[in-house]
Design a protein around this ligand. Structure first.
Ligand SMILES: [Zn+2]
Ligand SMILES: [Zn+2]
Length: 198
């Protein structure tokens, strides 16, 4: 089961899933740590970041971390306050810089990583067990992520949307879980999202 915590900061979605005894959290925004603590106590969690804008990782310093995964091209965003906007929501870069346990290999087993740059250089989508696709700020129910922030790239976004569209067409049964807003399905997003209409 995948549970969603909607952050009080920018309505960001954090997703929490327990799979075979491991607790995974995709994008721990505000409220994720409290939820995890209540539900799982002091359990160490596996963190997957779709990208490193601060609304998606505000609660990272509060978690007991087993490992953190982000796409290698997102490291620069994680490390640069002008790119991740840490200070906007009361975080400090030093709180991020002291974190350890980064995975260099992809999370493996249940997860597949799709690199979808455009919103940020290392934005990615995570496919869980060929059924759930976490799209971060790349793809929303009826919109896409902005490309005008530092690190954004409209050309790369265009390519990423091409890749995602063909992926969705080939996998019509997916549940799409975006970084903001409601969840949807492949079939529905292909119909409803004007940015996939090409
Ligand atoms: Zn973002
Ligand atoms: Zn966001």
């Amino acid at each position: 089961m995948i549970e969603r915590v909607i952050s009080s900061v920018l309505d960001e979605n954090s997703y929490i899933a327990e799979i075979e005894g491991t607790v995974y959290v995709v994008d721990p925004g505000k409220g994720a740590a409290e939820f995890i603590k209540k539900r799982y106590g002091n359990e160490e969690v596996f963190v997957l970041l779709t990208h490193c804008h601060s609304d998606h990782l505000i609660d990272l310093p509060e978690l007991k971390i087993k490992a953190i995964y982000m796409h290698p091209e997102e490291k620069i965003v994680f490390e640069t306050p002008e790119l991740n906007f840490v200070s906007y929501f009361g975080l400090d870069q030093s709180q991020l810089s002291k974190l350890k346990k980064f995975l260099t290999d992809e999370p493996g087993e249940h997860w597949k990583v799709l690199h979808t740059p455009g919103h940020t250089p290392g934005s990615c989508c995570y496919l869980l067990r060929n059924r759930y696709l976490f799209t971060g700020d790349t793809l929303f129910e009826r919109a896409i992520g902005r490309t005008d922030l530092p690190g954004g790239d409209p050309k790369k976004m265009e390519n990423s949307l091409r890749l995602l569209k063909s992926f969705l067409v080939n996998n019509p049964e997916l549940v799409i879980l975006p970084g903001h807003g409601s969840s949807t399905t492949s079939a529905s997003i292909l119909k409803e999202n004007p940015f996939l209409n090409f």
